[in-house]
Write a protein that binds this ligand. Structure first.
Ligand code: AHR
Length: 663
């Protein structure tokens, strides 16, 4: 080869090499003009009792069917032995059932009960558990019970690993309490109650077992690890109680908040529609005890610093499950539903002298909960919805003009119903409109500019339920889905002048009791793990800043558009910390070099970084490997640049990186 040819070859190899390595993507952030405020409610949480999220989940009660009220069988969840009779003239009007334990009639026989809990009863060695029961000895005198935690599969001499005696005395119903301290950790215990001693006939009602170490130490409390995971998200808004359970499969089984307040012993249970909504994930013993009710939701909102957002029935039963118009409440008969909404506002905010304010005060919270938002209707559609919503809006506006009302755009993120309902919500004067999107990968990649052209004069957006549901059976919390969610969220953040609230959904799932996935937080009876999507939500929520900053590439929003090589980005300023926060997501399968010019900032800096990056797109966190994929903290030096500070970096493939730079 001649020297000339060799030079030509080297030059073309160099050129080819340059072409193969990606061009640096030049981005600008304008720090001179601070943009729209990011609402404190921007990143929130959505709670629904689906996937055993309440009983068997966040609600720390360990006994299933504690009041013997399951309608198919009052002993569902229990195994009775010896002489046990179910009676229905108990001390609690709305939960009338209880059990009568009597002498089995033979010295070597036994009377008592086992409770199976929710997929077993999880207890931790050395921790304490409060067993309580309402009881009486109907014939007077006293009787002895023995309370045990049992491993029925044990190969040891004893099945029990914890025992405590309890004496019941007198003809009157009283609540008794004994603390159990198991010496071993076991996820699948059974609670066993023996009638012992003189075996006097004894009545038992509302049999309950709670860890004493609940979230904030509340007696009727929540699982501490799960509530802490919510608090760690720093959610700005807390939507409850759903979802479809707001509507009910029929109106009779809609969520009725009035049944969820007052003493827990007297809260009637409700069917849970997720028992049967999916026959392929069927749970015939899924009921709502309402132990986790509206008081507890409001209290939790306050404790984790979120605005409460209750959603109430608008008088329409689930429209997916009811074609027959007679399933719904006619518009001219809506008064009780509207009254429920007005009473709820009084329950949350009314003075202690008001009817419902007094109920709140009697439950231990005389101060108002300071409710600001209420949602009416979940996924409703057709003209039926605006017709039903209108009288609610009028009544709430008249009585509580400051309460902001959330309407719905139906179950789909686009399409005829969506296009019909948005203008209707505007016509009715809804303050926010709830949008839902459980959509596949390409939808998330294509929606980077969704909110750029939304009507700035209309209601604000509440992206109230969303998650990336992967195609081809990729319907779990795998890493790839979380990165696509992160990419889409740049659009929400950039458009914080119109998007006021958002929430991933659903929130919780028991690994043995789920009906719907993906979900943000998973658990069994003792352990939990946070999904990759949880970390994405947390990175946004903890770093939401106070104001949007304009961030562009070639003067265009960075939204995964043609020519942007799969990059999505947004930026905010935090007036409280003086930090510029930049979020860049690379959804392409190769690293992308970026250089971000911070117009209005001079000099060098060290920026903090938080990076969520992983190679296996199908990988996920699990109970056994809960921290397989987590964000990692780091730092990066930021250059002085020619006329403005310059951040230069290589974002790895399929990575979410967040930068914090002090201004
Ligand atoms: O989040 C699960 C369900 O999805 C909700 O109940 C409903 O609103 C939506 O269809």
């Amino acid at each position: 080869m001649t020297i000339r040819n060799r030079i030509l070859l080297t030059a073309s190899a160099l050129l080819l090499g340059l072409a193969a390595s990606a061009q640096t993507h030049r981005m600008d952030i304008d720090l001179k003009k601070v943009g729209a405020p990011v609402q404190p409610t921007m990143y929130g949480i959505f709670f629904e009792d689906i996937n055993f999220a309440a009983d068997g989940g966040l609600y720390a009660e360990l006994v299933k069917n504690r009041s013997f009220e399951f309608p198919q069988d009052p002993l569902q969840g229990w195994k009775a032995f010896g002489k046990v009779e179910v009676r229905d003239d108990g001390p609690f009007e709305r939960c009338p059932h209880y059990v009568r334990l009597a002498d089995p009639g033979h010295a070597h026989k036994w009377t008592g009960l086992d409770n199976e809990g929710f997929f077993g009863i999880g207890v931790k060695g050395g921790e304490t558990y409060r067993f309580t029961v309402w009881a009486r000895v109907p014939d007077g005198g006293s009787s002895e019970l023995r309370i045990e935690l049992v491993n029925t599969a044990s190969m040891g001499e004893d099945q029990f690993f914890c025992q405590a005696p309890l004496t019941v005395s007198g003809k009157d119903w009283k609540q008794y309490e004994v603390v159990l301290t198991p010496n071993t950790t076991f996820a699948k215990s059974v609670l066993r109650i023996f009638l012992v001693g003189n075996r006097a006939t004894t009545d038992l009602e509302h049999i309950s077992l709670f860890p004493t170490d609940t979230w904030m130490g509340h007696r009727n409390g929540m699982r501490k690890d799960l509530a802490q995971a919510l608090a760690d998200l720093k959610p700005g808004v807390f939507r409850f109680p759903g979802g479809c359970i707001v509507e009910g499969a029929d109106l009779a089984t809609r969520y009725n908040w009035k049944n969820t307040v007052g003493p827990v012993e007297n809260r009637p249970i409700n069917e849970n529609r997720w028992e049967y909504t999916f026959p392929h994930r069927f749970f015939p013993d899924y009921y709502q005890s309402y132990g986790l009710g509206f008081f507890e939701f409001f209290q939790l909102s306050e404790e984790i610093g979120s605005e409460p957002l209750p959603i109430l029935s608008c008088g329409l039963a689930c429209q997916f499950q009811n074609d027959d118009p007679s399933a719904h409440c006619p518009v001219d008969e809506l008064r009780p539903f509207i009254q429920d909404a007005l009473d709820l506002i009084e329950f949350a905010n009314g003075p202690v002298t008001s009817t419902w304010g007094k109920v709140r005060a009697d439950m231990g919270h005389p101060e108002p909960f300071n409710l600001k938002f209420i949602g009416i209707g979940n996924e409703q559609w057709d003209a039926l919805y605006p017709e039903h919503l209108e009288p609610f809006v009028k009544a709430i506006r008249a009585a509580y003009p400051d309460i902001r009302i959330v309407g719905s755009s139906g179950p789909n993120s686009e399409g005829d119903q969506f296009d019909y309902l948005w203008p209707e919500m505007k016509r009715l004067g809804a303050d926010l409109v709830d949008e839902h999107f459980y959509r596949p990968e390409e939808w998330f990649l294509a929606q980077g500019a969704r909110y750029d052209n939304y009507d700035r004069e209309g209601p604000k957006v509440f992206a109230g339920e969303y998650a990336c549901h992967g195609k081809n059976k990729h319907k779990w919390n795998h890493y790839e889905a979380s990165i696509l969610e992160a990419a889409f969220m740049t659009d929400m953040e950039r458009n914080a002048d119109v998007v006021y609230m958002t929430a991933y959904a659903p929130l919780f799932a028991h690994v043995e009791g789920w009906q719907w996935r993906p979900d943000l937080i998973w658990y069994d009876n003792l352990r939990m793990f946070k999904s990759c999507s949880y970390y994405v939500q947390q990175m946004y929520a903890v770093n939401k800043g106070t104001n949007v900053l304009r961030m562009t590439m070639n003067k265009q929003p960075i939204a995964g558009q043609p020519g942007q090589d799969g990059l999505f980005a947004s930026s905010v300023f935090d007036k409280n910390t003086g930090e510029v926060i930049i979020k860049i997501i690379n959804t392409s399968r190769q690293p992308q070099p970026v250089s971000v010019k911070l117009v209005g900032m001079k000099g060098t800096r060290t920026a903090e970084t938080i990076t969520l990056s992983h190679n296996g797109m199908d990988d996920e966190n699990t109970l056994d490997n809960p921290e397989k994929i987590t964000p990692k903290n780091g730092t990066i030096s930021v250059d002085a640049g020619k006329d403005a500070t310059l951040l230069t970096d290589d974002i790895p493939a399929m990575t979410f990186r967040l930068y914090k730079i002090k201004k």
